[in-house]
Design a protein around this ligand. Structure first.
Ligand SMILES: C[S@@+](CC[C@H](N)C(=O)[O-])C[C@H]1O[C@@H](n2cnc3c(N)ncnc32)[C@H](O)[C@@H]1O
Length: 151
């Protein structure tokens, strides 16, 4: 399984996702800030997870990724993106029909209206909500491609 941790920051969820894979796949830890990726690289150094995590530098307006992935975590990430439309259309190109995209945003930073705008942008790119998980202090949705959508 290939997991994309989009906007991974210093890798809080990257490390946990890598552990959960149990040596059966990899996590692509992607961020625009080289400083964040450097901290994550340092955390991984000489650990058993080093070979499971691939550090990936995005651009503000591009994911820079063509590899298909099985699961995408976008935790507290979309609200920081300057070119969210570009990133969402890039996401639509790297998902498989069964890929799930987990989106969470902090309530204090992202209003219901803004969260719904993010969801609408995803819907315009061919995604639909398949689950509404309850995450403390957060707005969250799990999305996947609409069955009719072709990548
Ligand atoms: C609030 S942090 C969340 C970090 C991590 N997901 C967590 O929950 O601990 C948001 C991250 O998104 C990153 N980010 C902003 N725009 C991005 C983009 N276009 N592509 C990838 N990452 C981006 C920022 O650099 C930042 O590290």
């Amino acid at each position: 399984m290939t997991v994309l941790d989009l906007g991974c920051g210093t890798g809080y969820f990257t490390l946990e996702a890598a552990r959960l894979l149990n040596n059966n796949g990899k996590v692509i830890a992607a961020d625009v800030q080289q400083g964040m990726l450097d901290i994550l690289k340092q955390k991984l150094k000489n650990s058993e997870l080093e070979g499971i995590v691939e550090i990936h530098k995005c651009q503000d307006n591009s994911l820079n990724l063509s590899e298909k992935v099985d699961f995408i975590l976008a935790f507290y990430a979309f609200h920081e993106m300057k070119y969210i439309d570009n990133i969402i259309s890039d996401l639509a190109r790297i998902v498989k029909p069964e890929t799930k995209v987990f989106i969470a945003e902090q309530k204090i930073h992202v209003s219901k209206k803004r969260f719904n705008t993010i969801i609408a942008k995803m819907e315009n790119s061919g995604f639909e909500i398949c689950e509404r998980p309850s995450i403390s202090l957060s707005r969250a949705a799990i999305m996947k491609l609409k069955p009719t959508h072709t990548t």
